[in-house]
Design a protein around this ligand. Structure first.
Ligand code: NAD
Ligand code: MG
Length: 386
């Protein structure tokens, strides 16, 4: 038996957190859990920290610390709260960190995990989209292994293994098309938050579910792919594949296309990062292709779903523009979920924020955070007059 591996999980109480801890639970003897974090959810976080005998539990929102402390009193699990404490916990050395906080809020702790130079399994796409080269430079500087958890990027990563990146002709990201794939613009305009979060294939957190409905998720993933796989923007494309069986594809210059297939269950890509470069068991339902019957593919419709176009343009603009897009989208999604704006206004608000703010390219984490904050402020102002 080999030594247990140590793991920290940022965003332990969310959907990716649940899937990750389910895998650890079924492979318990092989893991030591160091830090678990949440924004608040003190009771759930404490329960998990006790179950997994974590060294420390951290809430990002300091106001939730007293409740966390109360739940952890006498258990031997350390409790901490606030942004700095979250970053400090992320900086504790571990074999692997799973970065699964939602939104740019995960950026600073993810950067701290990258700095300690082991493996970071990245689910938190908004962090990479916002920071771009600021993050990839840090990864290179510290020799960190950055393994993609996002199912598409995990698929691409697997399809690239053993090949030369210079031989890639196309990387094709598949998109389910979300719950509104066949809706008209009029229907989209009337779409409610509960309809938007009801994804046909995947069970995910609210923010990414809305992003899937607007297709901004695929837009963010386009930018994420650009940073993870150095083939250039012109070799990246998106195809709608409603069954979510093929998680993405790589076509090589000889005409061979490699694809990764699997059930719509995030435990599969997460497991591939936890065990990398080996494999581990999961108790996911095996893929039953005969039952699925047919796979279909469609070109994206950017008239009804302009988000992928916005993201492509932001990726071409580079510098701080993707961070502006991400921040505006976070503000817009939160406003939509709170009933403040209509579904179609989400992409419209992002477009207006991009028109309104063209920051210089950020060079440091603080620069990225400053662009993020300014873009949020401007998007917030535009919300008031929307
Ligand atoms: P979620 O909303 O279910 O969970 C988010 C986690 O982050 C929770 O633990 C929450 O407490 C924590 N959190 C939220 N705001 C925070 C803040 N301000 N500070 C500190 N912690 C905070 O989200 P999710 O669906 O698990 O997604 C997490 C990330 O993984 C996102 O970036 C998402 O895009 C990505 N992702 C998710 C899926 C999926 O199937 N859920 C698939 C691919 C990628
Ligand atoms: Mg994805």
């Amino acid at each position: 038996m080999s030594e247990p591996r140590s793991i920290s999980l940022l965003g332990a109480t969310g959907s990716i957190g649940d899937s990750t801890l389910d895998l650890i639970r079924n492979d318990r003897a092989n893991w030591t859990v160091r830090a678990l974090s949440a924004n608040c959810s003190a009771e759930k976080l404490a329960k998990l920290a006790i179950e997994f005998e974590a060294e420390i539990a951290v809430v990002g929102d300091e106001a939730c610390l007293p409740e966390l402390k109360q739940h952890l009193a006498g258990t031997g699990v350390e409790a901490a709260g606030g942004r700095e404490a979250l970053c400090d916990a992320a900086a504790r050395p571990v074999d692997i960190t799973v970065a699964a906080i939602v939104g740019c809020a995960g950026l600073a702790p993810t950067m701290r995990a990258i700095e300690q130079g082991n493996t970071v399994a990245l689910a938190n796409k908004e962090a990479l989209v916002s920071a771009g080269e600021v993050m990839t430079r840090l990864v290179a500087q510290h020799g960190t292994a950055l393994l993609p958890v996002d199912s598409e990027h995990n698929a691409i990563f697997q399809c690239l293994a053993g090949n030369n990146i210079d031989d890639v002709r196309w990387i094709t990201l598949t998109a389910s098309g979300g719950p509104f794939r066949t809706k008209t613009l009029e229907e989209l305009d009337a779409a409610t938050p509960s309809q938007a979060v009801a994804h046909p294939n995947w069970d995910m957190g609210a923010k990414i579910s809305v992003d899937s409905a607007t297709m901004m998720n695929k837009g963010l993933e386009f930018i994420e792919a650009f940073h993870l796989f150095p083939v250039g923007l012109d070799r990246l494309r998106i195809i709608v594949h409603p069954q979510s069986v093929i998680h993405s594809m790589v076509e090589y210059r000889d005409g061979s296309t490699l694809a990764q297939l699997g059930p719509s269950d995030m435990r599969v890509p997460i497991a591939s990062t936890l065990a990398y470069p080996a494999r581990m068991d999961t108790n996911c339902k095996p893929l039953d292709l005969a039952k699925i019957g047919e796979l279909s593919f469609f070109a994206p419709d950017e008239e009804r779903f302009p988000a992928t176009k916005l993201a492509r343009e932001a990726a071409h603009a580079g510098g701080g523009t993707p961070a502006v897009l991400n921040a505006a989208n976070e503000v817009a999604v939160a406003a939509f979920l709170a009933g403040q704006i209509r579904f179609t206004q989400i992409s419209a608000l992002s477009a207006r924020t991009l028109d309104n703010y063209a920051p210089p390219a950020p060079q440091t984490l603080d620069d990225v955070l400053a662009v993020d904050a300014e873009a949020r402020a401007r998007a917030g102002e535009m919300l008031e007059i929307a």
